[in-house]
Design a protein around this ligand. Structure first.
Ligand code: NAD
Ligand code: UDP
Length: 344
């Protein structure tokens, strides 16, 4: 199967490219390098020993994407391309709605035109909002999001659902297969240490922040609140190894190729860890304690978020295999070998 990965030079896309190739599929990547570098794709080629067709393009640019899709005619599109920084989305909502929604609309228009049918989308656990109580199951109603980034995911899910429904009703177009993947907290890196998460500027997310403290790029972590109603007072999340997540995409793309309709799957482990548990586990992996201070709560944070991951296991035959030790080991391996990310 040939899969086209928009945003395939990014963190999750590059790891998925490795998993796809290892599962025997072909990969084509489209990225505008807004938040990534072609070096990541060169490293994927190094890991897999395969040359990957790579296009520098904006996935919202219809003319350019038409030519790429006409040339490649992929069996499945996996749409990673998007802006993803929660705080930035509050400051730049229009840019977030424009980029995230436009890319999806462009791809849907071109899929209809070129009679392409299979689509896998990077959604997020953030669509459960803060009304639902974990573990989150796919049948729960979507909640109210706490920031524009979350709303873009919420809206893209709806757009894709509606397009699928219309395609099923229209005899003139082939029926779409849409798989919505709700990621929990992707962390870790490929075990080679050649690819990993490389945030620009000050990391917003916990794991890259911890890694940068551990490697000496930052002085200490600020823990955002220790007065939550949890055993140690800090928030709990479902941290999933990025290679487990990547393997979930292989299963999802294979599922999309064999089924019609819209399906939603949580990709998580089902097991929550607190911020302080993550700090401690990372300290063990890197061989020294990670310095931290307790600070105030961060606006918009939910206390608890973790998956019920049964559906992906039952239908896709997928479950996360790597635990917290592997997560911290691989994150540290990547960070210590590439202290300045791909720019080293
Ligand atoms: P990332 O920023 O590393 O990767 C996204 C890639 O898309 C980048 O390489 C960027 O350059 C590219 N891109 C952005 N806009 C583009 C456009 N218009 N045209 C072409 N390329 C474009 O982020 P990631 O962590 O790999 O996330 C991938 C997807 O998963 C995103 O849609 C993100 O919202 C979603 N997601 C991520 C997380 C997470 O915690 N990392 C959680 C849930 C969902
Ligand atoms: N967190 C923290 N300090 C940081 C970054 C994050 O204490 O510098 C906490 C944050 O409050 C949350 C958890 O770590 O409870 C995971 O945050 P992240 O931003 O990685 O993921 P999300 O909140 O989107 O699930």
């Amino acid at each position: 199967m040939k899969t086209l990965l928009t945003g395939g030079a990014g963190y999750i896309g590059s790891h998925t490219a490795v998993a796809m190739i290892e599962a025997g599929h072909d990969v084509v990547i489209v990225d505008n390098y807004y938040n990534s570098s072609p070096e990541a794709v060169r490293r994927v080629e190094q890991i897999t020993g395969r040359e990957i067709p790579l296009y520098e393009a904006d996935a919202a640019d219809k003319e350019v994407m038409r030519e790429i899709l006409k040339k490649e005619m992929p069996d499945c599109i996996i749409h990673f391309a998007g802006l993803k920084a929660v705080g930035e989305s509050v400051a730049k909502p229009v840019e977030y709605y424009r980029n995230n929604i436009d890319t999806t609309l462009t791809l849907l228009e071109l899929m209809k035109e070129l009679r392409l049918t299979n689509f896998v989308f990077s959604s997020s656990a953030t669509v459960y909002g803060d009304d639902n109580i974990p573990p989150f199951t796919e049948t729960m109603p979507k909640g109210a999001c706490t920031n524009p980034y979350g709303w873009t995911k919420w809206m893209q899910e709806q757009i894709l659902r509606d397009a699928q429904t219309a395609s099923a009703a229209d005899e003139g177009t082939p029926e779409l297969s849409v798989v919505l993947l709700r990621y929990f907290n992707p962390v870790g890196a490929h075990e080679s240490g050649l690819i990993g998460e490389d945030p620009q500027g000050i990391p917003n997310n916990l794991m890259p922040y911890i890694s940068q403290v551990a490697v000496g790029r930052r002085d200490h972590l600020t823990v955002f609140g220790d007065d939550y109603d949890t055993p140690d007072g800090t928030c709990r999340r479902d941290y999933i190894h990025v290679m487990d997540l990547a393997e979930g995409h292989v299963k999802a793309a294979e599922y999309a190729a064999g089924n019609k309709g819209t399906e939603v799957f949580n990709l998580g482990t089902g097991e929550p860890y607190s911020v302080l548990e993550m700090v401690e586990a990372f300290g063990k992996a890197c061989g020294h304690p990670v310095k931290y201070e307790i600070g105030p709560r961060r606006a918009g944070d939910v206390q608890d978020s973790w998956a019920n991951a049964d559906k992906a296991k039952e239908i896709l035959g997928w479950e996360a295999k790597r635990g917290l030790d592997e997560i911290c080991r691989d994150a540290w391996n990547w960070q210590s070998k590439n202290p300045n990310g791909f720019n080293a």
